[in-house]
Design a protein around this ligand. Structure first.
Ligand code: PEP
Ligand code: MN
Length: 327
């Protein structure tokens, strides 16, 4: 349920109404725009009498929210959310390019790639130190050692760091070194991890689950936001379908859907979506054409020998070419 207040309603009238709603055991989330104020109601609204509140002089209209997500809904927050990270903005009219290797491997690898993606125009640096691998026998990441290498790369290039937290045991250490905490596809419904990420308060890049509907994805965002952290960036990274030619199927339609029903920024990861480096360039362009706020692209200086996701990684020269074409 949301209550749209009439423009120029005096502050004290709004406060009085909020108090009344709180007495009804409802949480109230207020969004103040230039010319409007919206009260989003959270909690059990079954006893809420819509007509009664519509009769208030200061109330423009009362609307029932059809979706189960509230804080992530555009009705609660009509303007686009712009997330500020280390001097760069994600969302609004800025295009964000997050680039870097799938995994942090060695000091030389990390520094070289960081320099290359920075020179090509990337705005944030990615690299996994804790890797969620399908096999327990695959490379699991360097752990804190990897986080230290990311920090060094940040010191040298100035690029803020995006890196994944895979569990409650290590999320604090990931938060210490990162500017944006990534929650991966496999953890999109790890509700205790989402809540913890919400409480930490750093911006969160929330990837869509392997078989998650858009509604489930936004409910996952709601878990983070309901802990008081509104800085959530969504990342479409392909979903499971019957198609096997590509690693996943990139659901580009998610971008305009999210833009319509949510205010959160959305970026696209064509690397994990396709699993093939040759498809990264066309789908990057497609993603921007349909309105994505940015891209997350895997780049490796030696993809043939990468410890993870080499076949979908662009060489720095190809990444540079793509950046020029995008510009
Ligand atoms: C990644 O970004 O390195 C990753 C593991 O992605 P996803 O969670 O989308 O599979
Ligand atoms: Mn990867």
């Amino acid at each position: 349920m949301i209550i749209v207040m009439k423009a120029k309603t005096p502050r004290e009238d709004i406060d009085k109404l909020i108090k009344k709603l709180e007495q009804m055991d409802l949480g109230v989330h207020e969004t103040v725009g230039e010319n409007y104020s919206i009260l989003g109601l959270i909690g059990d609204t079954s006893k809420f009498n819509k007509e009664q509140f519509e009769s208030y002089e200061s109330v423009e209209k009362v609307m029932r929210v059809q979706h189960p997500f509230k804080l992530a809904s555009r009705l609660f927050h009509p303007e686009d959310t712009v997330v500020e990270v280390g001097g760069t903005k994600i969302g609004g009219d800025k295009l964000t390019i997050i680039a870097g290797p799938c995994s942090v491997e060695t000091p030389e690898q990390m520094i070289e790639i960081a320099r290359d993606v920075k020179e090509a125009g990337a705005t944030l640096l990615r690299g996994g130190a804790y890797k969620p691998r399908s096999s327990p026998y695959s490379f699991q990441g360097l752990g804190e050692e990897g986080l230290k290498l990311l920090k060094k790369a940040k010191e040298e290039t100035g690029l803020p760091i995006v890196t994944e937290a895979i569990c409650l045991d290590t999320i604090d250490i990931v938060a210490k070194y990162s500017d944006v905490i990534q929650i991966g596809a496999r953890n999109m419904q790890n509700f205790s991890l989402l809540k913890k990420a919400g409480r930490i308060g750093k911006p969160v890049l929330l990837k869509r689950g392997l078989s998650a509907t858009i509604e489930e994805w936004l409910m996952a965002a709601e878990y983070i936001m309901s802990e008081g952290n509104e800085n959530v960036i969504l990342c479409e990274r392909g979903i499971r379908t019957f198609e096997t030619y590509t690693r996943n199927t990139l659901d580009l339609s998610a971008v305009p859907v999210i833009k319509e029903i949510s205010h959160l920024p959305i970026i696209v990861d064509p690397s994990h979506a396709t699993g093939k480096w040759k498809m990264v360039s066309p789908l990057s362009k497609g993603a921007i054409a349909v309105g994505a706020d940015g891209l997350m692209i895997e780049v490796h200086n030696n993809p043939e020998c990468a410890l993870c996701d080499g076949p979908q990684s662009l060489k720095p020269s190809k990444f540079k070419q793509l950046m020029n074409e995008l510009a």
